[in-house]
Every structure is written in structure tokens, then in C-alpha cells.
Write a protein that binds this ligand. Structure first.
Ligand code: IFM
Length: 458
């Protein structure tokens, strides 16, 4: 049975990123990215894979647009590979790289699909990392120059720009926990990295607007709904700390022009900052970061329920048995999606929100009769779309939803072991096979509404 509809003009799309799907890592002048570099280090990527071939989208992009047409979506979120456009991150652009994105954008527009372009989806050119990477203020200038090159070339046709994807992951996973490229473990550097990412967003937005008349620009951040495991003061404080470092550290500067004072105090207490006077925040930076955006991009996957560890720091408390988690070990919690959407609207009043990623990794069975049965992903999408629809009814200015992801792809440090796609990819033959979730999403897009009952596919 078809449930409540989404408003007219609401965009349904799918999302991908360059490093995860393009492949052709050494073709047509592309330079090395930090992820290419780290993937070559033993043990960095779970299955020892790299993204040199990935989904071979660089050669198969026409077929992939055909999949999008099959879904009937009206928008596609992808990223440009920084080192494909500027092999060393700066200097002379690589014409072949820009020409690839030209073709892709033209192909999307011919198919009636609106491109949403992310400039930085984690693939910093390795040459820039060797000069200090995101920890260096010079990388801010390099990013703004890169934004200028891409938007000069594509800005007549691309009208939706996302500066960065999930700065928390780059800063914390990449520079504090060492789990993502560039694999460093330096909490003080991670804070500098976060600041430079935000600053480069603030500086790039006016450049995008100048080169792409009438465009909309924003940043995508990962948000999680944080709950204390009990009502104790300690657990509530642990939840406040996680919300501070994960959500508000990025949302507050973007919308309020200030880092959250309690979260800054937490970092001072932990020795990551010498004092609340943050030395790498220069005069005017916070004003630059708070440039009014046209939308806020959010990626939502799960919630976090935390208790206080021995030092008061948040420690996750599993809420569901392992068999109910996604392959990433993340709890399926659609109510948290509604909660973050309404909370963001209440606390930050963004003009518009786009859900730029939402989806789930499951170990799907092999294709049979040309289709892959993935009932858990269908259910994940259905329940989250219902939560999004309820959020709109509750007043959230939600304008678009992008399922992560169009197809199975290279899941960073997890390699090819985690599959998020609506289409299964056989990485040997590069064959794409629709999953039931693709059929489900196509039906949602066609009806502009979500079924309230679980569809049965045979
Ligand atoms: O695959 C990633 C994506 O690149 C960024 N957001 C989270 C996804 C799933 O881990």
C-alpha cells in the first residue's frame, strides 16, 4: 500500500564518490591520492585491495547513467577526483580529467538528471599531503584554487555544489584514529584539519557562486543521533561530549560562527588544545566559515547510545544483537533519522537540508535469475524514507534524499568487503545486477511516496 507522498519538487537521487567507483587510477594523467597511497601499505585496507579498478566507472559511466535512468531518479551526487583534475593538487589542470567530468555532466543532463557535485570526498592528492596536507593552512588555498578550476569548467551546467564530504571522518578517522588516509594519530593535528576543512568551505562558497551563476552551495556533514545509556549525570555528560565532538564541532561554526564552548573545554581538558584560545583560528576565520549556505547536506546511517567510560569519555553501548546490525556493525535506527532532522531544524534553522547519503551494507546473496534479493536493505530504505517523510510533515525543510549508493563499491579501509549498492557489482566481470532494493527505490521514485507495507518480491 502506498503511503504518504513527498512534496512536489522533492528530489530522489543516488550518491557515489570518485575514489570509490572510478578506477582508472593511473590513466589519462590522474595523480596519486592519499587513499591510493595508504592502500599500498600492508594492513591498511582489510582485504588488501585498492581502488585502481573499483567499478571501472571511468569507462562505464554511460552504462551507469543507464542504471540511474532505470531508477527514474532526478539527481545524482558524485565527486570529482581532485588528483584527476590536478594531479599534484595544484598547478596546471589535467585537461583529460576535466574532459571526463564534462562528458559525465553532459550525459547526466541529457538523461534529465541534475548533477550534485562534491569537490572533496576524501581523496586529497598525495603530493599535497606530503606538504602537510589538511593540517597545513596552505591546503586551504589549494582547495579554493581547485574549486575555482572545477567550477569555471562545469559551473555553467552544474548548479549544486558540495564543498566537502564528512569533515569529521577526514579529521578524526584520518588524523586522530589513523583508520583512514592519511593514517595519522595526532588529536591536535585533527583539530587543525577540521578547521582548515571548514575554512576552505567558507572560502570556496563565494568562488562557486561567482563561477556558477544562480548555484546552490553547501557542505555535507555526517550526523548521528546521540543518546545516553542511562539517566545518570555521567552518561548524560558522555552523550554531550560525543555530540560536541561529532556533530556540533562542525555544525556550530557553520551556522553560529563559533566552536561549541563545552566541546572546546573538553579538548583543553584532554590536552588536545593548550587553551580555549585556539592558535590556528585566525581573525575572521569563523566569519568566513559561517558564510550563509544554500543547504546543509547530511549523511545519516545510525545512532549512538553511550555510557561514560572510566575517564568520562563516551563508550558505545550496543543496543541490538549482532545479527540485527548492518555489516558495518551499525544499528538500524530510523527514529534517529527523524530525531536528527528535527533537531537540526530546531537548533540551526538551515534554509534547506539534503540527505546526501543514507543506506546500509549487508552481505547480499549471489544473484539468482538476474536479481539479488536484499530484503534487509529494502526495509532499511523503506523505514528511513518513512522517517524522512514524517520529518517533512514536522516542518523539516528537506529537499532531497540520495541513497548510498548507486552500486557496490570500494568501501575505503573495508575494501570490497562491504556492499552498500542498489546494484550488485561483480568486480571481476564488472557486471551490474539490480537488487530488489533498486526495484523498491524505483517504485518509490515513480510513486513519489513510500509503501507503508513491506513489499514482497519474488
Ligand atoms: O562509503 C562511505 C562514503 O564514502 C562516506 N559516507 C559513509 C559511506 C559508508 O561508510
Amino acid at each position: 500500500m502506498i503511503g504518504p507522498s513527498f512534496p512536489a519538487g522533492f528530489r530522489f537521487g543516488v550518491a557515489t564518490s570518485a575514489q570509490q567507483i572510478e578506477g582508472a587510477a593511473r590513466e589519462d594523467g590522474r595523480g596519486e591520492s592519499v587513499w591510493d597511497h595508504c592502500a599500498a601499505k600492508p594492513g591498511f585496507v582489510k582485504d588488501r585491495s585498492d581502488a585502481s579498478r573499483a567499478c571501472d566507472h571511468y569507462h562505464r559511466w554511460r552504462d551507469d547513467i543507464a542504471l540511474m535512468r532505470e531508477l527514474g531518479i532526478s539527481a545524482y551526487r558524485f565527486s570529482t577526483g581532485w588528483s584527476r583534475v590536478l594531479p599534484t593538487g595544484e598547478g596546471a589542470p589535467n585537461e583529460a580529467g576535466l574532459a571526463f567530468y564534462d562528458r559525465l555532466v553532459d550525459g547526466l543532463l541529457e538523461a534529465g538528471i541534475t548533477p550534485f557535485l562534491t569537490l572533496d570526498h576524501w581523496d586529497l592528492p598525495q603530493a599535497l599531503d606530503e606538504k602537510g596536507g589538511w593540517g597545513s593552512r596552505a591546503t586551504v588555498d589549494a582547495f579554493v584554487a581547485y574549486a575555482d578550476v572545477v567550477s569555471r569548467r562545469l559551473g555553467d551546467r552544474v548548479k549544486h555544489w558540495i564543498t566537502h564530504n564528512e569533515p569529521w571522518c577526514v579529521a578524526t578517522l584520518g588524523h586522530e584514529l589513523g583508520a583512514h588516509a592519511p593514517g595519522r594519530r595526532d588529536p591536535a593535528e585533527a583539530l587543525r584539519v577540521a578547521h582548515h576543512l571548514l575554512l576552505s568551505h567558507g572560502r570556496a562558497v563565494p568562488v562557486l557562486r561567482a563561477n556558477s551563476a544562480g548555484c546552490e552551495a553547501g557542505l555535507t556533514t555526517m550526523v548521528t543521533h546521540v543518546e545516553p545509556a542511562s539517566t545518570s549525570a555521567e552518561d548524560r555528560d558522555a552523550a554531550r561530549r560525543l555530540d560536541g565532538s561529532f556533530n556540533r564541532w562542525f555544525l556550530d561554526p557553520l551556522h553560529r560562527g563559533a566552536y561549541p564552548a563545552d566541546a572546546v573545554a573538553d579538548r583543553v581538558r584532554r590536552g588536545h588544545l593548550a587553551s580555549a584560545e585556539i592558535p590556528f583560528v585566525h581573525d575572521g576565520d569563523l566569519r568566513t566559515i559561517a558564510v550563509p549556505a544554500d543547504f546543509l547536506g547530511i549523511n545519516y546511517y545510525s545512532r549512538a547510545v553511550v555510557k561514560a567510560g572510566p575517564d568520562g569519555e563516551p563508550v558505545g553501548v550496543p543496543q541490538a544483537p549482532p545479527e540485527q546490525l548492518t555489516e558495518m556493525g551499525w544499528e538500524v535506527w530510523p527514529q534517529g533519522f527523524f530525531d536528527v532532522l528535527t533537531r537540526l531544524t530546531r537548533d540551526y534553522a538551515p534554509k534547506q537540508i539534503h540527505v546526501t547519503e543514507n543506506g546500509a551494507a549487508f552481505a547480499d546473496p549471489p544473484a539468482s535469475d538476474g536479481v539479488v534479493a536484499d530484503p534487509r536493505r529494502v526495509d532499511y530504505l523503506r523505514t528511513h524514507l518513512l522517517a524522512a517523510q514524517r520529518a517533512i510533515e514536522a516542518g523539516v525543510p528537506l529537499a532531497g534524499y540520495f541513497a548510498w549508493s548507486l552500486m557496490d563499491n570500494w568501501e575505503w579501509a573495508e575494501g570490497y568487503t562491504k556492499r552498500f549498492g542498489l546494484y550488485a557489482v561483480d568486480f571481476e566481470s564488472q557486471q551490474r545486477t539490480a537488487k530488489h532494493s533498486a526495484r523498491f527505490y524505483r517504485d518509490v521514485v515513480a510513486a513519489h511516496a513510500v509503501p507503508t507495507v513491506v513489499p514482497q518480491y519474488s
